[in-house]
Design a protein around this ligand. Structure first.
Ligand code: NAD
Length: 370
């Protein structure tokens, strides 16, 4: 049987295809220069799939995603599909992928490249060298808990209800992801909840502590309330290595941490599922940004979030840390050399197109390996 890794490539809409082309360049470079071949198959998602098939994701593409070793996604959406019924909107394609692949752990790194330290809204000394990973539980909690809905009470008052609910296995599986990541990083986990006012938070705290004591005693564990974590993230963000938290707090804290780095065009993400019976973990990698219809088709989008998502795929799905490091170093060096896409342009830097940024990366990879 072939060991070639199978990647389903869903470039999607807007700037998705443009930034994905730069990943292809790097995959071609890996094949040519390091003899690492991938079986990359293209599929349609979002508006591109609606235009071709009438739906944002077909059953065939869903089956391809389930069979792949990893899925790489660009972005979905655009104004031309905004007025479709909810079930047919481009975003439904992405939600179905996340749901059917049972992607319960969302990894959002917040990493500040030295060359971009001034792009942060915080003082440079607070964010220089920042390297934090937020692990957000993605399939449980208040966004999915029952009962939910809006009802009208007998006296005519309306009442909206959502339910925050977690079970110990749900907390343990995302906790394991966090501890295992910390073991490969700086060995520190902050577990974040509101155990002071929420029973589900108390269960979260007790479960993470028990998991730590039983399986990861060598990892440093601290518990923190979510409101304090929000403050600490903008006060002394470098204290955090890995932060693990629920769906709601993770939604908010990961965006907060991301913005410490200053630019949407730089932010990758990974969403991981459970190991199947062959030990293979379902995984989807995508930039945090959307399809940016305002700049699509103009060869000006920043491809680095997409490229860094590809590097995360090499690291977390394929155990190719050396190649992931190489790509991340190439990004760092190209930025230090002063080349920038429009979104991260600063004084004394040179503006380049999406494709020139991609070419510069492969040239830098050549340099790094010569
Ligand atoms: P967006 O992330 O697409 O864009 C926000 C702003 O950031 C825009 O001004 C855009 O030009 C800029 N930007 C984003 N990525 C960039 C990049 N790589 N390089 C340079 N500039 C970049 O968010 P939005 O405008 O709110 O949404 C646009 C469309 O994308 C909508 O249809 C929305 O539903 C969809 N969306 C999709 C995803 C996804 O696919 N995961 C996420 C968010 C939004």
């Amino acid at each position: 049987m072939s060991n070639t890794k199978k990647i389903l490539v869903l470039a999607g809409d807007g700037i998705g295809p443009e930034v994905m082309r730069q990943v292809r360049r790097i995959a071609d470079w890996l094949a040519k220069r390091r003899s690492i071949g991938f079986d990359m198959e293209d599929g349609l998602v979002g508006g591109a799939s609606i235009d071709a098939n009438g739906f944002p994701l077909t059953d065939e593409t869903m089956a391809d995603a389930m069979a792949a070793d990893a899925v790489l996604l660009g972005a979905v959406g655009g104004p031309q599909w905004d007025n479709l019924p909810f079930e047919r909107k481009p975003e439904r394609g992405l939600l179905r992928l996340r749901k059917d692949m049972a992607l319960f752990a969302n990894l959002r790194p917040a990493f500040v490249f030295d060359a971009l330290v001034d792009a942060s809204s915080l003082k440079p000394e607070l964010v220089r060298g920042l390297d934090t990973m937020i692990v957000r539980e993605l399939t449980g909690g208040v966004y999915f808990g029952e009962p939910r809905g809006i009802e009208t009470l007998p006296d005519g008052t309306r009442r909206g209800v959502n339910t925050q609910v977690y079970t110990t296995p749900e907390i343990e599986r995302v906790g394991r992801v966090a501890f295992e990541l910390a073991a490969k990083r700086r060995g520190k986990v902050h577990s974040v909840e509101k155990a002071n006012v929420m029973e589900s938070g108390l269960l979260w705290r007790e479960t993470i502590q028990a998991l730590h004591d039983a399986e990861y005693p060598n990892i440093e564990l601290a518990h923190m309330y979510a409101d304090n974590c929000a403050m600490q993230l903008v006060r002394t963000p470098k204290q955090f290595d890995v932060v693990v938290t629920d769906n709601l707090f993770g939604d908010i804290l990961s965006d907060c941490a991301a913005m410490l780095t200053g630019s949407l065009g730089m932010l990758p993400s990974a969403s991981l599922g459970a190991d199947d019976k062959n030990g293979k973990r379902k995984a989807l990698y995508e930039p945090v940004h959307g399809s940016a219809p305002d700049i699509a088709g103009r060869d000006i989008a920043n491809p680095l979030a997409m490229v860094l998502s590809f590097a995360m795929m090499l690291r977390y799905s394929f155990d190719m840390a050396e190649d992931a490091d190489l790509i991340e170093t190439a990004v760092k060096n190209v930025l230090s050399s002063g080349l920038r896409t429009a979104d991260i342009l600063q004084a004394n830097t040179a503006r380049v197109s999406t494709s020139t940024m991609g070419e510069s990366l492969t040239r830098e990879l050549d340099k790094l390996t010569s």
